[in-house]
Every structure is written in structure tokens, then in C-alpha cells.
Design a protein around this ligand. Sequence first.
Ligand code: 2M8
Length: 470
Amino acid sequence: MTEPLTAPVPTAATDLTLWRGAARVLLQNWRGDSTVPSPGLYPHQWSWDSAFIAIGLRHLSVRRAQRELETLTLAQWGDGRIPHIVFDPAVPLAAYFPSPDFWRSSRAGAALGAPRHIETSGIVQPPVHALATWLVHRFDPALSRRRGFLERLRPRLAAWHDYLTGQRDLGGGGLTAVVHPREAGMDNSPAWDGPLSRVEPVPAASYRRADLDHGASAERPTDLDYGRYVRLATDYRDAGYLDTAPLSFAVEDPCVNALLIASEHALADITAEPGGDRAPHERRAARLTDALVTRLWSPEEGMFLNRDLGPDRLVPARSAAGLVPLLVPGLPAHVADTLVRTAKGASFGLGTLPLVPSYDLRGPDFDPSRYWRGPAWFNINWLLERGLRLHGYTGEADGLRAPMLREAGASGFAEYVDPCTAEARGTRSFDWTAALGLDLLAAPSLPAPRGGGDPAPAATRPGARERTAV
Ligand code: 2M8
């Protein structure tokens, strides 16, 4: 495709280098209808990756950004779930595990309306999609209207949120729950160690890990954790992916729920755009926000924690997931202020370290290199940067944006980096690192957020960004 660039290319030399490098990654990983996170390690389409990718891709090609989200949501199941992987049939089965012949979605998920002609996984990932859809729409509303982008996406996103807030309210307290660590996106977080300890791993000899062909084993999950992931996915599949079957892992995660709330606000905007009623979505966002604070806020820790629904108690592990609710517009001001204090403290080093780590630096399980157990990720830092701006912490947001831009390029668009040294870890030319780098670079030239119709800002501090779903 040869669409013209849709945002001004920066002129400062360092910005230009970053822009070109990021654009190269986005172009190389594009597969015609969607993007792979990384051609070697992750050779299919991933759900929350695609949402972050679309947010960056809009700066290069709004059409491609729209296409990214359209392709993903075409694989939606009849029950509303958007699967965490949409498999490319052209990629050999051995290239990634668990592969389509493991998930068997078109057969095992048939009763739940899994697509008949597209193979997917059976689990989900964090709901960033409505947020991404709104951002992509806002970037070029005229093109979006011409292509009927929102009309296509709106019912899919509404069904997705109905699934998460309906079938997946497994704790009955008004939040959505994940049934597999991979559903939370932070697959290998120490926050899962407790809940996962009850899961019997499948024997290591019963499957072959493809990830170690591309990643260093010191940066990937252990075999024990992998065996437990496979057990959970096998049991879920064998129960026909039914959320009503007995589940040995069910957790309410603050990052997943915060993204659902931000996306519910975006869905209100998406619904109101052609004159629909935004109120039901705003009411749902408010209910979710209340439930988030009631069920997951820990005043003692000064952050949100996961709730393990097995014993029905908070998990004491301090993961960066517990800071992400800063993204929630209706967060009580004292909670937002405490979160920022925690982020700036010795555990997360905001303002002193290059980037915020994925796990408490002082936690006994902290590991600066193993994925999601300590390294810094660009998507989580991007979410925190937005949250800081939303609540009026402009200086802190600027202070995070600058190293993010620097390290995205310097690391070769690494999947993650050591939070203390910013040394590259994981795979390189990783798509969301490039996409979100591009987005941060372009941020000053973004159209102003819409004013009318948005609910009142939760942030009342002078200088707080005018609230919008973004
Ligand atoms: C990682 O997870 C996949 C499984 O979904 C894997 O390790 O094979 C996680 O970082 C996840 O959040 C991400 O979406 C995925 C693709 O980038 O990779």
C-alpha cells in the first residue's frame, strides 16, 4: 500500500531518526491486513498488541490502523470474546506454541460461536480496543465516516464489553476476571505465583516450546510456569471454553479492569458520535470504577492489587498493573495522588529510573530481565504517561515521555528493557514499542481532545488534561 503519511514528519534530527526507525518496524511487521508483534517470536496477530499498534500506526496510515482493528474484531466469537491470538494460516504450526491445533477454536468453541473459518486462541487479552478505535477515529474523522469505521466497530466493541462485564464477572462484585495469566497480558508477573501454585503443570515432554527458539531462556517464563499455562488452557479448551465450568484460576486484575473502564468511556464517545445515547456506557464505567476501588484498592500498599477469586483475597504482590488505574478518569483524587506517590517511591522509581518497572524493585521476586517480572515495558509506561497527564501531573508525564522516546530508539525498539540500565531485553523491532514511540513523538501535533459531550473530569487539579476517553 502506498498511502501518504498522515502526520507531519518531525524535523529535529534525533526525532527524525526515531520516526524513521519506528516507521520501518511498523512497515516490516505489516502483513497486509494486520501486524505481527515480532516476526520470529510472535508471528500471528495478538489482541492488545493490535490495539497499541493501531494507536501508533494511525500516524503513518489511518487506513491501516482501521484495518488492524477490523481484522482483529472479525475473529470475534458469537459470545462476544475477542480472542487473544488470531492465527495466520500461512505460518507453520511449529512456529508458535500453543498453535491452532492446540486451541482447536473452530471445533472446541463452536457452541460459543467461534468463527468457522478463522482459527484463534480461546482466551482473551486486556480490552484496549475501544480506546484504540476512538483514537484512530479522532485522528481522521472524515475518513472514518467515509469508510463506516465506527459503524463496523461499535457493535463488536459493545458485545466485547458485554462479555467481559457479564460472563466474566466471576466474582460477582462487578469486575471482570481473567481465567489465565496470559489474559492479563503481563503473563509472567509474580502476582500469578500464588494463584498458579494450585495448578498442576502438564509434563514438559508433552509439548514443545517454540519461544526458546527466539528468546533467551533467562528472559522467558520457566518450564514450570509454562506447564501450568498449558494445563489451564487445556482444561479451559476441554470444557468448551465455558466460563461457567469450574475454573482453577480466576483473578480480578487492576490493569485489565482499568483498561476496561477507559475503553467503556471511549465506547460512550463512539456511541454518541452519530447521536446515540452515551449514558448507559458512562453509568457502566462509573459502576466499574466504584467496584475497582472497593475490591482492589489497598490503602496500606498505596496501590491496587489483584484479587484471587479462589480464596477471595488480595494478592500481596506489587505489580505495575496496580498503578495503571491512574488511567481511569473517575478515580477519586486521593487515590490518584497516592498512586503517583507510590510510582515515585523506591519501589517503582518514577522520575529517578529511566522507565517504570513492571514489578516492585524491592520485591523478593523482582528480576530485571525476565519478562513481566521486573523489566520495563513501553505499553505500560505509555499508559502511565497518559494517566499522569490526565490527573494533572504534567511535569512527571514529560519526565517519563523523554526517556521513553530515547530508549525506544536506543534499544532497537526492544520488547522490554532493564528498568535500571535501560539495556534491551526480549525481542527487537517489537511492534508496540515502535508504535507507541511514534505516538509519543507525534503527540504534540495531535488534534485537541473533543470537549462537548464528555463527562466531567475527575481530575479537578489545575492543569489537568481536559477529560476525554483518550
Ligand atoms: C507475550 O505473551 C505471549 C502469549 O500471549 C507469549 O509470551 O507467547 C506477552 O507479553 C503479551 O502481553 C503479548 O501480547 C504477547 C505478544 O506481544 O507476548
